[in-house]
Design a protein around this ligand. Structure first.
Ligand code: C2E
Ligand code: MG
Ligand code: MG
Length: 351
């Protein structure tokens, strides 16, 4: 078991044909014996060739690329790694290029304390600029970045920006992928920021920086995650459990990770006014959270009545389009200025 719902099978003395047969058999077995809810099986196959200098890690990466292809093609099928550039590698290349060319930009969305309507923090939301300079939402590239080990570099970049804002006195909330938990580089960044001389009006106020963690299958080692969270706490940062209520183990996270905030997922907030189940869930999360000394943030607040109801339930903070949409905070990058430079005025007007 590689983690979450991922498994690897090593076949000795088998070629592509045999591997595909085994993959078929696994799929048939699962379809016949059924699990509930029904799940498909996507398989990525990589062949070890004795004449090439492959190590186990390369083989797993190659299988992973093939698996990604299988999923991109709709899932529940098998793909053999072909060793050439695939769709996934295209994205990997784009993300690497964006990292090299500084084509990531940040947006920020206010988080309001409901007691006094003050903005205490802003959540930093990353976007990647396409070749045309359009902002690509994280949903399009974060899964790939996580899959191919590029997310931590993105998270380090966002963290550096966030800490720079914090040094100017801002409250910031930074999203961290579960893959980045345990990253020594991020801890070092925070350590440096926390240590910065108070005379320079830098250093961090306690509670000024929040790290938001989403529960994912990637977080297989709760002990490491806990140690990482504890380090952040010791450095004066707070932890928020993001998208709370949507994962498989929200309450287990609540038990094991030292978090100060719970962010109720938009899924329970969107239809709050009309949906009695959502109302009970939001109240229950708020009550449980409060009884454990946590502060509750509701995300995805889109209208006044929802806000009023959340207030009535005792939710502490709110965030959403009604209170403020994410606004870009990164100034035009060098790359963007160059792009604009090569575009004719007519092309620019057309945008
Ligand atoms: P999230 O952390 O739960 O962020 C909230 C998402 O909801 C954001 O989407 C935000 O733009 C959107 N949103 C805010 N208010 C409203 C509202 O009233 N209605 C609706 N429908 N949506 C609202 P976005 O920016 O596309 O980000 C999606 C996810 O990508 C984030 O979910 C977060 O998990 C991830 N993400 C964003 N930035 C980073 C980052 O720097 N690092 C990592 N690892 N993940 C990030
Ligand atoms: Mg978040
Ligand atoms: Mg969220």
């Amino acid at each position: 078991r590689l983690g979450g719902d991922e498994f690897a099978v090593a076949l000795h003395e088998a070629g592509e044909h045999e591997a595909l047969l085994v993959a078929e058999e696994i799929r048939r077995h699962l379809a016949e014996h059924g699990i509930d809810p029904p799940a498909g099986v996507s398989v990525g196959i990589a062949l070890f060739a004795a004449d090439r200098e492959l190590v186990a890690d390369d083989l797993l990466t190659a299988a992973d690329v093939a698996l990604y292809d299988a999923k991109q093609a709709g899932g529940d099928q098998s793909r053999v790694y072909q060793g050439d550039t695939t769709a996934a590698l295209g994205w990997v290349g784009r993300i690497r290029g964006a990292l090299d060319e500084q084509r990531f930009v940040l947006y920020a969305q206010p988080i309001l304390a409901l007691a006094d309507e003050r903005v205490t923090h802003r959540e930093l939301l990353v976007r990647m600029l396409s070749d045309d300079g359009d902002a690509i939402l994280p949903g399009s590239f974060i899964p790939t970045a996580e899959r191919f080990g590029l997310i931590t570099e993105i998270d380090r970049w966002v963290t550096a920006q966030g800490l720079a804002l914090a040094a100017q006195g801002e409250g910031v909330s930074i999203n961290l992928s579960a893959h980045s938990m345990g990253d020594a580089g991020i801890l070092e960044q925070v350590r440096c920021a926390a240590r910065a001389a108070p005379a320079a009006r830098a250093g961090l106020r306690p509670g000024q920086v929040i790290f938001e963690i989403t529960e994912t299958a990637a977080m297989t080692n709760m002990r490491d995650a806990r140690a990482f969270a504890q380090c952040l706490n010791d450095l004066g940062c707070d932890l928020a459990l993001d998208d709370f209520g949507t994962g498989f183990g929200s309450f287990s996270y609540l038990k094991h990770l030292p978090s100060r905030y719970l962010k109720i997922d938009i899924e329970f907030v969107r239809d709050l006014l009309a949906n009695a189940t959502d109302q009970r869930v939001v109240r229950a999360i708020t009550d449980v959270g409060h009884s454990l000394g946590k502060l509750i943030i509701a995300e995805g607040v889109e209208d006044r009545d929802t806000l009023a109801l959340l207030r009535e339930y005792g939710v502490d903070y709110a965030q959403g389009l009604y209170l403020g949409a994410p606004q870009r905070i990164t100034p035009p990058t060098h790359w963007e200025r160059e792009l604009r430079g090569v575009r004719t005025p007519a092309q620019q007007r057309a945008r």
